[in-house]
Design a protein. Structure first.
Length: 362
């Protein structure tokens, strides 16, 4: 498989997307791929937005606000410490559960896009060992991330609080001077974390899936490729970021259009239900409450279905995009992609033409 640039890999990735989701179109395939992509984190993206407004608050009034904040924090940690500990433990358990599913479904997504169809059980069973290795890597990475966040966010805020930043004459300005370097450091950390996670998901996972290797060996091999072609991989990360923005805009437009299409019949049905409820009197109100509960559940189900349908194409495309870029640099993956590529169709001029005779044939 030839080495494709970050731009040349876009076309084949779109081709695999259309083959999986549009030839033919199957509603169940879209839902399954959306579910796999959701748990695999294929559609996760966030753009930090830090807005700060410094209102003109008198010093006396600002000090009063600072004292109220200080009293609130002291009350919170003195009277609700047990609740905070329990909620933190529950949040940690949920985070670990989703991290486990994320690592398992990264390999399910890899298997689904590579084979051209979502088979959750096959990917779950086939890649159990590398998925558990990947889970260990992510647990270490999360531990390091939380430690770094504590150093660049938690520790400076705690020192500022203990140093009396809220007791100054202008607490908002003092707090802003504390927050500005924290925000800048947080943005740098978010950028580095995004690069590391993208490299791991796109280039470490295929090596773990196709070879009997460790995470450390996969990273060593990847770093060797990065040092050989730093510009190509930097272009890939930049192009992926731009394509993510374009995909987010396209999905937002599609969701808004779908909601507008569904809004008209929804309003008509709601008006009819309200009219029937009013005409039925007291019994109608009970009937209306039941219908309202059913409508809320139906609305939630509709939102979930639309979310999965929106995630499916992005999950397939970006996984296929990493395949096309990495396949020419990683022969094991490239050979599998070439093996599963459909044969080129014959042109109308040569479709009915017999092959030329072999040399020496009569």
């Amino acid at each position: 498989m030839p080495r494709l640039s970050c731009i040349d890999a876009i076309g084949p990735a779109f081709g695999r997307l259309t083959d999986m989701l549009f030839r033919p179109f199957r509603f169940a395939t879209w839902l399954k791929m959306g579910f796999v992509g959701w748990l695999a984190g294929a559609a996760s993206s966030s753009v930090p937005n830090f807005n700060y407004t410094n209102p003109n608050i008198p010093a006396k009034e600002g000090s009063e606000v600072a004292r109220e904040v200080d009293r609130f924090l002291q009350t919170l940690f003195s009277e609700h410490l047990l609740a905070i500990v329990v909620l933190t433990a529950v949040a940690l358990a949920v985070m670990l559960g989703f991290t486990y599913l994320f690592c398992r479904f990264r390999f399910v997504l890899f298997d689904s896009v590579l084979s051209g169809g979502p088979e959750i059980a096959r990917g779950w069973n086939r890649y159990s060992r590398p998925a558990h290795q990947y889970l260990g890597f992510w647990l270490i990475l999360l531990s390091i991330s939380w430690a770094v966040l504590f150093l660049i966010v938690g520790l400076p805020l705690w020192r500022a609080y203990k140093g009396g930043v809220l007791q100054s004459d202008d607490p908002l300005s003092a707090l802003f001077r504390v927050l500005l370097p924290i925000v800048l450091a947080g943005l740098a950390f978010a950028l580095i974390s995004s690069i590391v996670s993208s490299l791991a998901n796109d280039f470490v996972v295929p090596q773990l899936a196709l070879e009997n290797t460790t995470v450390a060996e996969a990273w060593t091999n990847l770093l060797r490729m990065l040092s050989a072609e730093p510009g190509a991989f930097a272009g890939y990360l930049l192009m992926k970021f731009l394509l993510s923005i374009a995909a987010a805009i396209a999905i937002a437009i599609a969701v808004v259009l779908c909601l507008l299409v569904l809004l008209i019949p929804g309003v008509i049905v709601t008006l009819l239900v309200v009219a029937v409820v009013k005409a039925m009197g007291a019994v109608g109100y009970v009937f209306g409450i039941v219908l309202a509960a059913i409508g809320i559940l139906a609305g939630i189900a509709l939102v979930l279905v639309m979310t999965l349908l929106a995630i499916a194409p992005t999950a397939v495309f970006f996984t296929a995009y990493s395949f096309q870029f990495f396949g020419g640099r990683y022969p094991r993956l490239g050979n599998l992609i070439e093996r599963e590529r459909p044969p080129a169709p014959l042109s109308p001029l040569t479709a009915g033409t017999p092959p030329p005779p072999m040399p020496g044939a009569v």
